[in-house]
Design a protein around this ligand. Structure first.
Ligand code: ZN
Length: 213
């Protein structure tokens, strides 16, 4: 398996949350000419997990070196299945259009799967998130499983979906884009996924429209 495709960041990450950036890995999903697949292979999934800091470089390297092609292909299919169920649910929320029951069942299966593959451990202060010793969840022996990136995205997504931040999720105002993002602007008025790309395109379009009037 090829480990690198160069060092350019592959993902834009303008969503402001790993679960939204994950849905955005199918770009231009509502475009008539068809979407753009950014998760072309398992290596892309690892790069996504690393770029969003869901996994660290050591974990990514271990997976890249140990996962066999069959397991990698299954994990990629699983990742895309999760992504599409997340997309149905997030866009369902944004567009006030409930997702299908099958999408919710798919999410449920993925969320359960993520929580079933963790180990409860006793952590020393240096290892724990709050600086105290105590028990905490860890991927433990599952760290070398090809599905680790899928579980970790599932976990991030379930946290977001069950939080108040769901009210802040928006889709980009450019119809062919519609990338999801978390609107953390003060007045909740953000309209574009990325000001440099979609924001500028819309401003230019309005400018030309005015000149033609
Ligand atoms: Zn956009």
């Amino acid at each position: 398996m090829s480990k690198t495709k160069g060092h350019q960041p592959l993902f834009d990450l303008c969503g402001g949350h790993a679960a939204l950036d994950f849905v955005n890995s199918l770009g231009k999903r509502f475009r008539e000419a068809g979407p753009v697949e950014l998760l072309a292979d398992y290596g892309d999934l690892l790069r996504f997990a690393e770029q969003t800091a869901l996994l660290d470089t050591r974990q990514v390297r271990r997976l890249a070196n140990s996962v066999n092609p069959g397991a990698a292909a299954r994990a990629l299919r699983s990742a895309r299945e999760l992504r599409e169920a997340l997309a149905a649910t997030f866009y369902g929320s944004v567009d006030s259009h409930p997702p299908l029951a099958a999408d919710i069942r798919t999410l449920e299966r993925h969320f359960h799967s993520a929580s079933e593959h963790r180990e409860l451990r006793w952590e020393q202060p240096a290892e724990s998130s709050n600086g105290r010793s105590g028990i905490g969840w860890d991927w433990g022996r599952f760290e070398t499983n090809a599905e680790l990136p899928v579980w970790i995205v599932s976990q991030a997504a379930s946290q977001l979906m069950l939080s108040d931040a769901m009210d802040r999720i928006r889709a980009c105002g450019v119809e062919t884009c519609r990338w999801l993002f978390l609107d953390t602007s003060k007045n909740h008025t953000r309209r574009w996924c990325n000001m440099r790309v979609c924001g500028n395109r819309m401003k230019a379009r309005r400018f030309h429209a005015r000149r033609e009037e």
